[in-house]
Design a binder for this molecule. Sequence first.
Ligand SMILES: [Zn+2]
Length: 337
Amino acid sequence: MQAQRNAQHFEIRETCPVCGQRGSDPFYTAPMAADPVRSFIASQYDEQQGRVDWGRLEGTDYSLVQCDVCALVYQRHVPNDALLTHIYSEMIAPRFLAELERERLTLDNFHKVAGELSVLFKATDKHPSDIRFLDYGFGYGRWARVARALGAQVAATELGDDKKRAAASIGVEMIDEGVIEAAGVSGERFDIVHTEQVFEHLVEPGEAFRRLAAATDGIMKVAVPRGGSIRRLLARRGLTRISPFQKARMGKAWRRDDFAFAAVQPLEHLNAYSGRTMQWLAQANGLKIIGRARESVTTVDHTSMRGFASSAARLGAKLGRRMLGGGDDGYYLFRKT
Ligand SMILES: [Zn+2]
């Protein structure tokens, strides 16, 4: 049966948005405005205090395809620009998001982010003040502000005037996509290109990756929802009716299935990546994967460079062991080959 789409609100991705391969048949198709997808969506946005305009979702199927070449799992029908704006400004209440982000700015979180960024800074072999850091998808600046505090020169991309003002207020330079495109050719590059929970949202992730890889002089970090065997899971038990994010807000721990469902969240997580997809992206863009686990220097001794170096060295050893294990944390570090 032909999958349904309301062309007024949704676009169709006929080819793989990572590698361009012509799409094969969807392995899962169900109407957005009927259960189980409807309950999944309703529980998601109910949680975020937003309002779902079901009229815009009627007549379109939630439809998942897996690419034969790069293994990406992607939603074939993606919201057009107008619907994306509606989703990110009304279905997710901005006040809710701003408050959530404020809650997250704790000392604990600062140390966590600083610990992880210390690993990336160390990998550049540069003095922090010489590091040019690009935060692609600034959000509310949870990462960029810490990168600034650690001494780097920080640029970022984000949509919306309020976020641009927020960036300026913490000393982050806002640039637009065009500048990144130019950076690849003109030679103005970044030592660290940082993306945290961005690539799953993009309508054209392959293009964005290509631009960012070209603008990378040192390392590039891509963190996405942890991949899972969504295909087998859907065949075995069908789609969840309760958004994993609702479970998370209620303080319940996620099981393996929750991670897999979250990775293909309707309307927002348009692309679900596996190690194979990232390997394809690396190869196509002159990069290699040098890390696959989120690591952090837990005790940063700022009073002694030797202390910092030895904790970073211990971490290096740990990272090596983790890589051999080959688990999937949805975390990838790339370096130019
Ligand atoms: Zn592909």
